[in-house]
Write a protein that binds this ligand. Structure first.
Ligand code: NAP
Length: 299
């Protein structure tokens, strides 16, 4: 397939680009800078210059492709609401361009809509609807096009898609531990994060592209939930720093914007995803990655 990927230059997107190219697909990657364009060209991908603020250009690129994988997101946690609204408009325009085509549209989202007392499953809908809700309500927006001739699929990534070179949440926790001279967890550290290695996530995206039916939600969660105190302990051990508890009311001051996410209990099953796609994660676990120095190697 000729696949238009937004966010093709990002952490997950560059691994997805490699995975698709290695399996005989063609990739057209969205790039908003010369650097991102050059990196894509060097891999053997084509480039579509543009940005999330250019919905017309995105619609045009979507129309010209056999499939779309939407991975770009403006990770500006100081104005998350604006990022969500931009996302909503961009996604809507690409979906409108694909309406009636039966082509795949895969959209990245997260596993943040926890269900108290049990793991989130693929059958649990996202509670977010509309441009002003979290992440622009884009997951529900996309899945609503399953009835309008689009093979819409929600890719729900674990909060840490980990590995060497990750600049996301686990890298941020490691930076904060260095700054404070201690690796912290919140309260008793019993909140969890699901996790997936980047290569497993990329393989899952390809399998979903090739096989997922319209309207499905797939969970990129190799590990269903790791206690936050274990994550902090692993980071502390690797840095040679003590592991400490921070009270919930101090979490914002200690962790900044990531405190909100680190305190969330995000436990998710991927049983149905594995059954549906034959996906079996093979990469290292999060704690193995941390212990192997994935977050502490010199940059
Ligand atoms: N990584 C994780 O642990 C994780 C966990 C859960 C969910 N997710 C979700 O998965 C998706 C991919 O995440 P990621 O970790 O790969 O993100 P990332 O490394 O931060 O990459 C973001 C991508 O979006 C592009 N982008 C940002 N702003 C843009 C704009 N205004 N116009 C066009 N492109 C723009 C970036 O392009 P440039 O190269 O030009 O900057 C980059 O390609 C996102 O939706 C993310 O929220 C990720």
């Amino acid at each position: 397939m000729r696949v238009f990927i937004t966010g093709a230059s990002g952490w997950i997107g560059s691994a997805v680009t490699d995975e698709l190219l290695a399996h005989g697909h063609q990739v057209v990657g969205l790039a908003r800078s010369d650097g991102s364009a050059a990196a894509l060209t060097a891999k053997g991908a084509e480039v579509h210059r543009g940005s999330l603020d250019d919905p017309d250009g995105l619609a045009e690129a979507a129309k010209a492709a056999d499939a779309v994988i939407h991975l770009a997101f403006i990770h500006d946690f100081t104005d998350y609401a604006a990022a969500g609204r931009t996302e909503h408009v961009a996604v809507q325009r690409m979906l409108d361009a694909l309406e009636g085509s039966d082509r795949p549209f895969l959209l990245a989202s997260g596993l943040a809509s926890a269900v108290p007392g049990r793991p989130l499953t693929e059958e649990d809908p996202s509670p977010f609807h509309g441009a002003d809700s979290m992440r622009g309500g884009s997951e529900n927006l996309a899945l609503s096009y399953a009835e309008r001739g689009v093979r819409a699929v929600a890719l729900r990534f674990a909060p840490t898609v980990h590995g060497v070179g990750d600049h996301g949440f686990t890298a941020q926790l490691t930076r904060i531990a260095r700054q404070h001279g201690a690796a912290a967890y919140i309260g008793d550290g019993s909140s969890h994060w699901a996790a997936v290695h980047r290569t497993d996530a990329a393989r899952l995206v390809r399998l979903a592209l090739e096989q997922s039916p319209a309207g499905s939600r797939v969970h990129a969660a190799a590990e269903s939930g790791i206690p936050s105190r274990d994550i902090a302990a692993a980071i502390g051990a690797q840095l040679g720093l003590p592991t400490v508890s921070v009270a919930a009311e101090e979490a914002g001051a200690h962790f900044g914007w990531i405190g909100h996410f680190f305190g969330m209990d995000i436990v998710a099953s991927s049983e149905r995803t594995r059954e549906l796609l034959g996906w079996e994660p093979t990469g290292p676990t999060l704690l193995e990655d941390i212990a192997a120095g994935a977050y502490t190697l010199p940059e």
